[in-house]
Design a protein around this ligand. Structure first.
Ligand SMILES: [Zn+2]
Length: 185
C-alpha cells in the first residue's frame, strides 16, 4: 500500500511508502490527513511509559512546510506505462484492448520526420498497427485515430503513476481530474 503525499495546500506531490510516511509522522511533519488510518506501525518501547509507540498512517497526508512542486508547473513526464494507462490499454488505430507488453508508444507525427516525443504527439498502438503505419503520418497511411492524445493533469498523473490506489485516494484525485479525461470513462 502506498500513501499519497500532498503539500499543505492539497496538491499531490508523490506516492510514498508507509515507512516513509511514518518518518514524517515521527518528525511531526504531518499537517493534516484525509481518510481513515490504513495501517498501524509499531515502533520502539518507551522507557517512561513502558508502552510501545505506534503510528497510525493515513492513506492521504499533507506535509508541513512549503515544498515547491515543480511537477505542478510542468507537464508530467512521459513514460510508456503512463501513456498506456492514459489510453486505457486500447490501440488508437484498431481499437483492440491489449496487454501492456503488446503495446507500443506510437508517434503520430514520426520522430524521424521531426515529431516530438511528447504527450500530444504520442498515442498507444498495438505492435501490428505501429508496424503497419511505419514512419508515415496517419493520413498517409490511411489510418485514423479512434481517440485523441492529451496532456494529463497533475492529479491524473498521480493516478497513472499509482500502483494500487485505495478507494479514498482515487476519490480525492478523481475529484480534480477534468471531466474530459478518459479516466472518467
Ligand atoms: Zn492496433
Amino acid at each position: 500500500m502506498d500513501v499519497l503525499q500532498l503539500d499543505v495546500s492539497g496538491r499531490p506531490q508523490a506516492w510514498i511508502t508507509t515507512r516513509e510516511a511514518a518518518v514524517i509522522y515521527a518528525c511531526d511533519g504531518v499537517a493534516w490527513t484525509l481518510g481513515e488510518p490504513c495501517q498501524v506501525l509499531r515502533g520502539g518501547w518507551q522507557r517512561v511509559s513502558g508502552r510501545q509507540s505506534r503510528i497510525e498512517v493515513h492513506s492521504i497526508i499533507a506535509v508541513r512546510g512549503t515544498v515547491p512542486s515543480r511537477a505542478w508547473r510542468q507537464a508530467p513526464a512521459l513514460s510508456n506505462a503512463k501513456l498506456f494507462a492514459r489510453d486505457r490499454y486500447v490501440c488508437a488505430y484498431c481499437g483492440h484492448h491489449c496487454l501492456p507488453e503488446d503495446l507500443t508508444r506510437e508517434h503520430i507525427h514520426p520522430t524521424s520526420r521531426g515529431g516530438y516525443d511528447s504527450w500530444m504527439n504520442c498515442i498507444t498502438a498495438c505492435r501490428p498497427c505501429n508496424g503497419r503505419k511505419g514512419s508515415r503520418l496517419p493520413e498517409e497511411a490511411n489510418m485514423s485515430l479512434l481517440y485523441l492524445p492529451y496532456v494529463p493533469s497533475l492529479h491524473e498523473d498521480m493516478i497513472l503513476r499509482g500502483r494500487r490506489i485505495l478507494a479514498d485516494q482515487m476519490e480525492f484525485l478523481l475529484a480534480s481530474v477534468p471531466r474530459s479525461s478518459r479516466l472518467h470513462g
